[in-house]
Design a protein around this ligand. Structure first.
Ligand code: PLP
Ligand code: COI
Length: 353
């Protein structure tokens, strides 16, 4: 039994970080002989499986990430964009030759976990309960083919800042010697191997005192794609003429729910949002039209970019303070996730707190 679970009392006012502490329960189901079992609520404890479990050899695994927030003006806990995560989980499973979950099982599991561990949703501003659904191949076999047995688990972690540096504005390292994804690959789904393949580049970014990798297109290393665990937006121009731009979902980028949320929130403010390729050169051009850059994802929220460094030695300081549109959209994102701005239908599941 791990000692890493913790209670709400121990959290208040402390730096939770990201993914180091876990809530008390896990929801689980197994797929054997072509069928899923029902969901079980279990204690958070170590698992047992065969040394030949296929996931450890061939990496057939997918995951999701979503958050539950304490509502600002009620006793409820709000789970954000769970239905979208369920749909993306299905897409990831299909891409990785894994079985779909029965209709409704993903949402039942998430709701049940937040319900049983609701006392562990932190309340300090900037904190939340990060929920991590995962599915992996655990048939014992070294055969190179899809597994016939899988486990589905949902665990949760009280979190605050995603970035190990604790910075609120991040530095990013643009890579041209590694690539994240090419067309036809797995870049647009959430499979674990995408992150394994990115670890060396992340370590390289950290050696250069950067928080994240800024991935470029695989073919020419000319266009900005996304950050290691976040999508990318830039602001072109300023004032009335400012436009928000994010790279299009053309098959190599993860279709982020925070990205989609930001697009909706920006639309509500009457901003022009373009989904078009962004040249790295434009982003690095000090006197050029790009005035703000931000990253966004579930784990990180809306994170303003302070500096971009490249592995070819170029550097641009974007700004020492978040730009006005970044700050506005970051505030809107916090407001909608905490129940202070009207959500779109389907965005929020409410759990009594
Ligand atoms: N891009 C990558 C590679 C990610 O891992 C994530 C995080 O899930 C995102 C983008 C943002 O996705 P979302 O906003 O759905 O969390
Ligand atoms: C998330 O933002 O939820 C993610 O899954 C990114 C992750 C690799 C921490």
């Amino acid at each position: 039994m791990t000692e890493r679970t913790q209670t709400r009392q121990t959290q208040a006012g402390t730096g939770l970080g990201f993914g180091a502490l876990f809530s008390k329960h896990v929801i689980s189901a197994r797929y054997v002989a072509g069928a899923w079992s029902g969901l079980e609520v279990r204690d958070f404890e170590d698992l047992r499986f065969s040394p030949a479990a296929m996931v450890m050899h061939y990496g057939q695994a997918i995951f999701e990430g979503l958050k539950a927030f304490r509502a600002t003006d009620s006793d409820e806990v709000l789970i954000f964009r769970a239905a979208d995560c369920a749909r993306r989980f299905d897409r990831s499973a299909a891409r990785m030759a894994m079985p779909p979950l029965p209709a409704g099982m993903f949402l039942d599991a998430v709701r049940t976990l937040v319900g049983v561990d609701v006392a562990e949703v932190p309340s300090v501003p900037g904190s939340s309960l990060y929920i991590r659904p995962v599915m992996f191949a655990d048939e014992p076999s070294l055969a190179v083919r899809p597994s016939t047995e899988f486990s589905f688990l949902v665990l949760a972690s009280p979190v605050d800042s995603f970035f190990a540096s604790g910075r609120t504005m991040i530095d990013a390292y643009a890579q041209s010697s590694h690539i994240r994804a090419a067309l036809g690959g797995t870049g647009d789904v959430k499979c674990s191997g995408n992150y394994a393949g990115a670890m060396a580049a992340k370590a390289d970014a950290q050696r250069h005192d950067c928080d994240e990798v800024l991935w470029l297109d695989a073919r020419e290393h000319h266009y900005v794609e996304e950050f290691g665990a976040m999508n990318c937006f830039v602001v072109r121009g300023s004032g009335e003429r400012a436009e928000l731009i994010t790279p299009p979902l053309a098959g190599t980028i993860l279709p982020g729910h925070t990205r989609a949320t930001v697009i909706t929130l920006a639309g509500r403010r009457g901003l022009t949002v373009l989904q078009e390729p962004i040249e790295l050169g434009q982003v690095l051009d000090d006197g050029g039209p790009v005035s703000e850059v931000f990253a966004c994802g579930t784990a990180a929220g809306v994170a303003p970019v302070h500096r971009i460094l490249t592995d070819t030695g170029r550097e641009r300081i974007i700004g020492d303070q978040p730009g006005p549109l970044t700050a506005q959209l970051a505030a809107d994102y916090v407001a909608v996730t905490h129940g202070q701005l009207e959500p779109e239908p389907d965005w929020i599941i409410r759990i009594p707190g």
